[in-house]
Write a protein that binds this ligand. Sequence first.
Ligand code: ADE
Length: 248
Amino acid sequence: MRIDILTLFPEMFQSPFSVGIFKRAIDQKLVSVNTHNIRDYTRDTHHTVDDYAYGGGAGMILKPEPIFEAVESMKSDIYSKEGADALPILLLTPQGRLFTQEVTHELSRYRHIILICGRYEGVDERVRQHLVTDEISIGDYVLSGGELAAMVVVDAVVRLLPGVLGSEASPLDDSHTTGLLEYPQYTRPAAYRGWSVPQVLLSGNHAQIAKWRREWSILRTLERRPELLDKANLSLEEKQLIDGRKQS
Ligand code: ADE
């Protein structure tokens, strides 16, 4: 997958992408992440990227020209023949569609995505209307810019790409992928300060372990994020388990 990120602060992206799973994915060429400074696409001598809002008001607005030109130069670089209809161009903004695990799966299917990081008080509306194909918010709070949000999106998407995580199966067990939160996990030692690992996990009985994990996923979701259960795929027996808990 190729990811292009338009930002006024490319240096913010250096450290997150140079460690761990991410670094390995880049080294193995499973993903390429390119940051582009929006300022490099200005044409005036002062390299102006923002301006006052028409109609007045505090704060500066990101100008449309450098953002359009950056995206268009990227498209013409790569898609000179094929066209780029299926290329998502995403604006990170608190006004966007909420970023969920479902959206990570959706984005992980593309060969190429472009992310635009907003800054200051906003982005000229024509960027939203005539350039971007989708707007993404990582939550109901306001960050000082889209950069941290873009890192969240890129991290969550890249770990789903085939070969990026050691075990192919692990992203499927993630909290939210199953519609449920993940079950409790333990490692050695089996007893620590008198707190023991549940016996069933030491039993080697895989069917029992799977049953225990499923039940804990359900109970943990009930306790912490009950609204997720409405969409989860539960058997009759599992629904009864929940009703029993609710009554007790
Ligand atoms: N930019 C500022 N706040 C944001 C948010 N919550 N999500 C995405 N981009 C943002």
